[in-house]
Design a binder for this molecule. Sequence first.
Ligand code: AMP
Ligand code: MG
Length: 352
Amino acid sequence: MNVCTFSALRRLPISFSACLRLLVWVTLALCSCSRVATPHSKTRTLMDTLVTVTIYDADKSAPGNIDAAFARMKELESLLNVHDPTSELSWLSRQAGKQPVTVSADTFSLLEESLRIGRLTGGAFDPTISPLVSLWKQAAQRKRLPDKRELESASIRVDYRKVILDREAFSVRLLPPVSAIDLGGIAKGYAAEEAARLLLSRGVGSALVEPGGDIFALGTKPGGKPWVVGVQNPFEESDFITRLSVSDAAVVTSGNYRRFFEIEGRRFSHIIDPRTGWPADLVPSVTVIAPHGAEADALATAVSVLGVDAGLELVESLPETECLLVTGDKDSFKLVRSSSFSKYEVPADKRR
Ligand code: AMP
Ligand code: MG
């Protein structure tokens, strides 16, 4: 924009008041220019993965807003991290078999949602999966598959129906033989949406929160354009199998290509089928789109356990929920979509 100086204006054949009006107009125009929303992005390691927060924000508070979003996720990590003996979740697990204990609102809400998804999936998603996860971790360390007796003794301690919640008291009771809680299959999706909610409460209406393969898209980009996110090829990290255009929704991918155990030359998924005690290896990658982060995250884990037919049937029964499954192997893989998944896909000719 060309802006004339005050002395140049004096030489123009216009009145002083017109000149003043022009100056006010130019000042206002410059101020409004500086309020145009621009993208700001930061990446940090949190929740055992790389987390990126991108926001469109017009004023100088953008870095502070992003820091606040990270602080909210850090707060959740310190409550929910199963690998941290000082977390609330580890403490809760140590109270297994004892009296009910009161937990924070976050832990309570997430347990409530875990049990809801547990019931919805007939136990394919089970927040008491811990003993089986530990058994497979140990098996990977000692490089030997677990035996039948070990599998049975871990499986018996996995049963989400033995987690008793009391909303009035915000209390949790873990009935025997349940021995521990693991919210690793749902916590990142919850954290992504919570960070987005915090941004919204600070006046940021346009944000993308990405902890690893879990994404929450808040609002749209300026101009009403949806956020575009890629779905990674499970067999080729640098490749995307499709791109999705989303707003106010969660997109979560679960897959055995991200985290796995290697035993006796075989690769096993970190997702365990609670019904058999064995790692779920039916589907290399599952992507779920749903309105909420925790729900999308838990469903992606559950569909990985259920496999193509039962997984699709479940997703088709849920409103505003879609999924994409990658089946087969590196040399011949197939994409299986739920009935309306493709409405989110960016057509190939519109991709940059
Ligand atoms: P995700 O990457 O979201 O699919 O979550 C995988 C993590 O969830 C694992 O690392 C375990 O901590 C936990 N997990 C594994 N199997 C299950 C299951 N069947 N139900 C609930 N959580 C599980
Ligand atoms: Mg999950």
